[in-house]
Design a protein around this ligand. Structure first.
Ligand code: 5AD
Ligand code: SF4
Length: 443
């Protein structure tokens, strides 16, 4: 490659919102280093796979993808191939052994070293940046290369201090570190001034946030007072940290949306105990009930793991009844996947894959019917929708979300970033279709 040509990068992202936002930060760093985005892998001089290791399948996808990208190095020997994110932190040097053609390995707490690691990889053939638990994190956001509005992510904390027996996150993202509230508010102010009107506060255990002076509830109150901010969300919440102050803020702070993602993981107390989740089904449901009673049209989503070691038919049935009791708007369900270094694989014997799959399908089918019924009840009602852009299908429909986080497709007329009233005309299990009455325009 001649040095007169602008270098191009491609970032492929797996995993959670934390990872999506990390990719925005990486894009920002690369832009500052003079890189431009590549439109495909073939024209890239730098390819970063931002990886997830939450389940074994997510991890093996990374190595499949690396195997396919490898041949690009034949045509472009200068190509830097990097593995970043959670698989990088977890597998470390092991990535070079399994895929020796990888040039760069960098964990999720090392993003600010990217420039240095690229230089080192070009000089020495490979480079590696992995954090230890007590290493500080550079939370600075000025170079974040954000997706176009109207919605922006803001990191409030990193890491997780919980010890759920199935979960690899404490190993990949380390212990909790909280960003000072003044820095968070400054970033939100800057975003609002740039026209981002919906803010999603991010942390692996976001409702455990505190910086000595302030907790998540006070962050919600303070964000609400920033001019231009119209909607605030936060994710992911642990049911054990859903304190009364946070629930009160959800009820009283106007910009906070009436949706909560509250991972239950299981409906069985026996399984919850062996997952070390620190709450019972009754305690979980008491918080859901409180929010339902105090906040109009409150909506919930959750994560459920099926086929945890030792999960009986009766335990699984408790998860099904949890779905019926709560009536979630969305459920992210997964079959249990044993992860290296975690406690769960030693707790009880593993369930056969076909049993796990059958339970997953049964749970998904139940949830599909619940969602369809709930969504059909909304036909004829109107909701405030924030238009995010075009839908995935090339059918001219715009895609937006209600405050309760339901996806709505509409023909418009509206533009990305508009807040419009949409009357629901049709319902699917995973989305709604609606129209904007003639008289109504952008709010
Ligand atoms: N196997 C299956 N699902 C898992 N999750 C976390 N660890 C595992 C695992 N080992 C799920 C949890 C979590 C979501 C992000 O992924 O439900 O909330
Ligand atoms: Fe995946 Fe967890 Fe890492 Fe997010 S934090 S990318 S879900 S392993």
């Amino acid at each position: 490659m001649s040095d007169s040509r602008t270098r191009r990068y491609l970032i492929e992202t797996w995993g959670c919102q934390m990872n999506q936002h990390d990719s925005e930060k990486l894009a920002g760093i690369l832009t500052a280093l003079g890189y431009a985005p590549a439109s495909n892998a073939g024209e890239a001089d730098l390819i970063l796979l931002n990886t997830c290791s939450i389940r074994e399948k997510a991890e093996s996808k990374v190595f499949d993808r690396l195997g396919r990208l490898r041949r690009l190095k034949v045509d472009n020997p200068d190509l830097i191939l990097g593995v970043v994110g959670c698989v990088a932190q977890q597998a470390g040097e092991g990535i070079f052994r399994r895929a020796p053609y990888v040039d760069l390995v960098m964990g999720p707490r090392n993003l600010s070293q990217l420039g240095q690691l690229i230089d080192q990889a070009r000089r020495e053939g490979h480079s590696i940046g992995l954090a230890r638990d007590d290493d500080p994190i550079d939370f600075s956001s000025t170079t974040t290369g954000r997706a176009a509005g109207p919605k922006a992510f803001v990191t409030v904390m990193e890491g997780c201090n919980k010890a759920c027996t199935y979960c690899i996150v404490p190993f990949t993202r380390g212990r909790e570190i909280y960003r000072p509230h003044a820095e968070i508010l400054r970033e939100i102010r800057e975003l609002a001034a740039m026209g981002y009107i919906e803010i999603e506060l991010l942390g692996q255990n976001v409702n455990a946030y505190h910086d000595g002076a302030h907790d998540l509830a006070s962050l919600l109150h303070m964000s609400d007072r920033i001019p231009g901010v119209r909607r605030v969300r936060f994710t992911t919440s642990h049911p054990g940290h859903l304190k009364q102050g946070i629930m009160d803020a959800m009820r009283t702070v106007p910009t906070v949306c009436n949706h909560l993602h509250l991972p239950a993981q299981s409906g069985s107390d026996r399984v919850l105990a062996s997952m070390n989740r620190g709450y019972t089904r009754a305690r979980y449901l008491s918080k859901i009930d409180h929010l339902k009673k105090t906040i109009p049209n409150m909506a919930f989503s959750t994560d459920i793991i099926v086929g945890f070691p030792g999960e009986t038919e009766a335990d699984f049935d408790r998860s099904l009844t949890l779905l019926r009791d709560v009536e979630y708007d969305q459920v992210y369900a997964f079959t249990y996947s044993p992860r290296p270094g975690t406690v769960a694989p030693g707790l009880a014997s593993a369930l056969p894959e076909n049993v796990k799959q059958a339970r997953l399908q049964e749970l998904l089918a139940l949830q599909e019917s619940i969602q369809l019924r709930r969504n059909r009840d909304l036909v004829g009602r109107s909701f405030e929708v924030l238009i995010e852009g075009s839908g995935r299908l090339d059918n001219g429909l715009l895609k937006g979300r209600t405050r309760c986080n339901r996806i709505v497709h509409t023909l418009g007329p509206a533009h990305r970033g508009d807040l419009v009233e949409v009357r629901i005309t049709r319902a699917h299990a995973h989305s709604l279709i609606g129209e904007i009455p003639q008289s109504s325009g952008p709010a």
